[in-house]
Design a protein around this ligand. Structure first.
Ligand code: NAD
Ligand code: GLY
Length: 386
């Protein structure tokens, strides 16, 4: 299988970096790290969790040692609730215990939770050390590992404390997806639909064609045909995400255009509310985004922005991702309340990412969405089956 190298070209050349996509790329982690890290780098702190480390930790550590790095590892507990300030503190203690120096580096091996936490530890330890992302979930490979957003949650909100800290490199070994639980795959596929919907008709069609294949043939990530198709899809998504990040590295709040980084939040307004009203226990993040993007499309349709045929295409694409948890028992008033308290407000109001057509998003001020349209859209999508 061919190796894909995609460059994230940032305004500051020194912060630009490469994303490598390859089956079995993990064995090259050491050599790739040696290429992108400072010459003075001697130590690498590998941060992962028990689930992922058991599967891929030894291979990653061996590759780093063979490239001449002194490797120490630390495992955080598995799960979103551990992406916290408390875990961050432990991670920072570990970095100082192993005497990581300014010229050394952190390697994040895992899904978006590990990547966000380890990346944030790298951003603040000694005011910033280098880090390398090795994402092992589909969601992290197409989205979370690219673009330098790193954060932890607090009791008040998700990703409330964080930084922009670009990795030195992202190494995507698509073979790691062979062990991913089906629900995590569904979650990542929903994020693919979200990203494709705001990207272009072409990426959307490529995504749907992959989804049709994987659902009709009941293929599993262990099969070669699946892996080849998936790897092309991941590369196409990473190219899109890299282009958005290159054009709007720090998500400029003044930008509302269809190529601003903000459009990547498509589906996230409702998704965050769904996650909050269910105490982060019912949905995988991508599953909530699947519902969220449909709510955004329903609002767009009711505002006369989006054709019904486009809404139907998106609805079908989300269905092809897999079976999400139910939503027909959720209280719409509670979701509205959660939306009203969303912390992502700017200037006192929520900014919704809506859709004019597949491939063209529009940022709309929440005050321009009549409350009855919001309520009816939530009901139409979430209470569909009731
Ligand atoms: P996750 O990191 O919790 O991983 C999901 C589960 O899969 C975990 O139990 C994990 O241990 C397991 N796992 C990971 N890789 C595996 C593998 N190869 N085989 C078997 N099991 C494996 O969840 P996620 O969906 O990867 O990430 C969600 C997080 O990403 C959220 O915290 C979200 O806020 C964040 N995120 C960040 C960005 C960003 O730009 N920084 C973007 C999107 C999402
Ligand atoms: N996942 C949204 C972003 O990277 O901006």
């Amino acid at each position: 299988m061919k190796v894909e190298r995609i460059r994230v070209r940032l305004p500051a050349r020194a912060r630009s970096y490469e994303i490598l996509i390859e089956e079995g790329a993990l064995v090259r982690l050491g050599a790739e790290s040696a290429l992108c890290l400072d010459k003075a780098a001697r130590r690498v702190a590998l941060i992962s969790n028990r689930t992922v480390f058991k599967l891929y930790g030894e291979r990653a550590a061996r590759s780093l040692s063979e490239a001449g790095f002194e490797v120490a590892h630390w495992l955080m507990s598995d799960g979103e609730r551990h992406k916290s300030l408390k875990t961050l503190e432990r991670a920072l203690e570990f970095l100082s215990e192993v005497k990581l120096e300014r010229s050394d580096a952190v390697v994040a091996l895992g899904g978006g939770v590990v990547g966000d936490l380890a990346g944030f530890a790298a951003a603040v330890y000694m005011r910033g050390v280098a880090f390398v992302q090795v994402p092992t979930t589909l969601l992290a490979q197409i989205d979370a590992s690219v673009g330098g957003k790193v954060a932890v949650n607090t009791s008040v909100g998700k990703n409330l404390v964080g930084a922009f800290h670009q990795p030195r490199a992202v190494l995507i070994d698509i073979n790691t997806l062979a062990t991913l639980p089906r629900r995590e795959l569904t979650s990542g596929l929903c994020e693919c639909v979200k990203q494709a919907a705001v990207a272009s008709r072409k990426l959307f069609e490529e995504t749907v064609s992959f989804l049709e294949k994987q659902s009709s043939e009941a293929v599993s990530p262990k099969q070669n045909s699946f892996a080849a198709g998936l790897s092309q899809l991941i590369a196409a998504h990473v190219k899109f995400k890299a282009s958005i990040v290159a054009g709007d590295e720090r998500e400029d709040l003044a930008r509302m255009d269809s190529r601003s980084r903000r459009v990547l939040n498509f589906g996230h307004t409702t998704a965050h509310a769904l996650e909050a009203v269910t105490d982060y226990r019912r949905f995988r993040h991508g599953e909530a985004v699947g519902y969220g993007l449909l709510v955004a499309c329903e609002i767009s349709k009711r505002l006369g922005m989006l054709a019904i045929s486009e809404l139907e295409s998106l609805s079908r694409a989300v269905c092809l991702c897999g079976r999400p948890p139910r939503t027909d028992d959720l209280d719409i008033a509670l979701i509205e309340e959660a939306l009203a308290h969303d912390k992502k407000r700017v200037g006192g109001s929520l900014k919704w990412v809506l859709l004019e057509r597949i491939g063209r998003a529009r940022v709309v001020d929440g005050r321009d969405i009549p409350p009855e349209i919001l309520r009816d859209s939530l009901r139409a999508v979430l209470h569909k089956s009731s």
